[in-house]
Every structure is written in structure tokens, then in C-alpha cells.
Design a binder for this molecule. Sequence first.
Ligand code: S3P
Length: 446
Amino acid sequence: MAQVSDLRFLVTPGGSLQGRLRVPGDKSISHRSIMLSAIAEGETHITGFLEGADALATLAAFRRMGVEIEGPSDGEVRVRGVGLRGLSAPDGPLDLGNSGTSMRLLSGLLAGQSFATTLIGDASLTKRPMRRVTEPLAAMGARIQTTETGTAPLGIEPVSSLSSMQYAMPVASAQVKSCLLLAGLYADGETCVTEPAPTRDHTERMLTAFGYSVRTHGSRVCLKGGGRLQGCRLRVPADISSAAFFLVGASIAPDSDLTLESVGINPTRVGVINILRLMGADIELIDRRIEGGEPVADIRVRSASLKGIRIPEDQVPLAIDEFPALFIAAACAEGETLLTGAEELRVKESDRIQVMADGLARLGIEAEPRADGMRIVGGTLGSTLASEGGAIDAHGDHRIAMAFAIAGLRASGPVEIRDCLNVETSFPGFAGLAAGIGLGIREVRA
Ligand code: S3P
């Protein structure tokens, strides 16, 4: 079969979003469901698992370490856990593709094993900072190496044990927190991590679901090493980060009325709803419930005229993956939107401040990138086909590709986006689902 080297989105302008939709499973929770069930005792039955490339990279890594995993099939996975000490050495490097979550969380889980591992990834992952995990892990006694520039490949050597640690994180990062908690499972004594601002707490919730004791006091979370996880049933909610494109799309497109089903609304993830509401969005949470230890609701969103705001900095970690979509909302809002305190966006799957500013400029929007954020003046979105330079470049970043696809709803001409293949990492079937509710999107493979 011919290798597809590029996927482009072609979006015809206008339209509205209508109907009901369930977006795929939460990526963060899907990763953790495999990691924790693999080192649990007994079987775990997972439903709603995200069958996207990132979560599948985590799944493949555990298969290579001797864990029997059935599925995924229609979001259903059965994992036969091997216990905390039951993993075996893989027969070569573990390739984690584009997935920062896989690499950072696995580095913690593998740091205390009795066998060596090497973690590798694609060109984007190989540029991302890894010292934020390797330095605290080394302080716990791990033998872990990065390249000279602090990036992957990561080489992990076996150790007989890790020591527990009290760690105050310099960055608000759920990946760092989770990495250290997973390493803490293999440490003598109690490991505690303090975060400078609240970040997603899926690891803590899921450990509890597996019967592992986790203590949280305000911004500090602690666990003792050497306990046991007990296999369980897990239901993965729909990913609010994937829903975000439609929350923005239905807000900016006239005559829209869309309901997104069973979306995770964990308080550490709802920054996108809070920010859109501050901008004037019409978002209703229906039938709030708890599923698998996580709060879930159906979300109804209708068109609204948005206004520019100064985004409160305390919302930044709670919406960290949603800024590509939020920047499109800002571009369609009346007046100026200012984001500060978001320098982390520069080290995501792409430099999301620069790449979004470049794409918005191509659509004729005034977007001023700053070291830690962006100033965007709302206006009329143009088209890319007619402009010089042609298509918007998503730089292989799934969320940039989907954000600009949604922008087509308010563009004055067609919008073309290139380098969209990685949409598969978090949202397989995005174009088909989006087309089904009214976006004029077509995929072109070359
Ligand atoms: C994630 C944490 C966030 C987020 C990423 C997923 C997680 O990263 O951007 O997409 O699953 O823990 P940081 O911890 O680097 O902020």
C-alpha cells in the first residue's frame, strides 16, 4: 500500500453545527487505564478507551513488557495485570510516537524496575523537554539519561529500589506529578508532590479506583510505595479536549445547537468551559453524574456572540490543551483577548503560540505572539487558498489542525490545512464526525 505522507483538511466556509455527538474517549484517562491495569493484580475491563495512536502506543509498550491485553475493540479492552513487580524486559526500545504523556509517565513507572528500557519517540516528541521528569527521578535514585539537550531518547537502567521524595514542582504539570507518583509506587516510604497550581488529577482518582491509598491535602499529594493495585472496571468518559473544538465551533457558527454526550467534566479540566462562558458562550451542563470515579455530563452548546477577554491565569493549567481552539474563539470574538502565563504552550506537540499566530495571520487576524501567551484582536476570518503561501501549516500538531478546521465555520472563503495526519493521535475519525454535524470538511491524502 502506498505510504500516505500528508493529510490535508479542505474546509468550505460557513455552516452551523447541529445534533448530538459522542467524541472519543479521554486521552489522559486512556493512558492511565492501561498503565495502572498492567501493574494491578487480576483483570481490568475498560470501556470507552480512546483508540488513537497515542493511547495505542502506551498499550503496545505494555504488551512488549509481557502484559496480556485483549482489544481494543469498539473501545473495549481487557488487561490481565501482572502486579507491581511482574513486568518483563522488552526486546528493544519502546517507541512512544508523538505521545508526551506516554513518555513522561512511563519514565516514572519504569525507573524502579529491575530491567533496562529505552524510550524513543517521533521528531516532535524528541524535541520536548524531559529533564522536568529525569531530574526529580534521579533524585529518587533512578538511573535515567537524556541526550545532552535534555530530550529523548531516555535510557533507564535497572535499580534495586528507589527512595521516596518530597518534591515541589516548579511547573504546573500533571505529567510530572503523575510520573513521580508512579515512581513512588516503587519507592521506600512516602512520596509527596506539591503543585504550584491545580493540574488534572486523573492519576490520583484512578489509583484510588484500583484500591491504592492516595492522600491529598490541598496542593500536596502523597502515596506510600510497595502497595497493591486491584484490577477493576473502568469507564473512560468522552474527552473534553476533543469536545473543545465543537464547543468553540457551535459557539462561533450561527444557528448552532449541539449536544456533546458523556463528556468528562473533572474540575481540573473545565478551563475551556469557564473561559468560553466568560467570553459569553451559551453552554449548559445536563445530567451531571459520576462514571468510573470521574464527573461526566452532556454538554449543550448554542451559538453566541463572543467578546474578547483577559484570560484569568488560574484557568491556564485547567485549559492547557484547549488554547488552539480558544484562540479561534478569540479570533471570532468582538474586541481583544489577552492570554498570559501560558509559556508551557511553547513546548507542546508544537510551539502552539507561534504556530497558531502564524495560522491566524494567514487568515488575516491580528495575533501578536508573546513569550508567555498571545494577544488576539477579533475580526473577519479570510481564506487561505487565495492568500499567498496557501495552506495553513499544522506542523503535525493534532490540535492545531482541528482548531483551524473549526475556523472554517466563520471564514469568508475555503480554508486548507496541511500536515494533519497526527489528528489520529487523539481524535480518530474527527473529519467524519465533524462533517456529520455540519462542518464542510473534506480530507485529502497525498
Ligand atoms: C497531560 C498533561 C498535560 C497535557 C497533556 C496530557 C496528562 O501536560 O498538556 O496533553 O495526561 O497528564 P503537562 O503535564 O505537560 O501540562
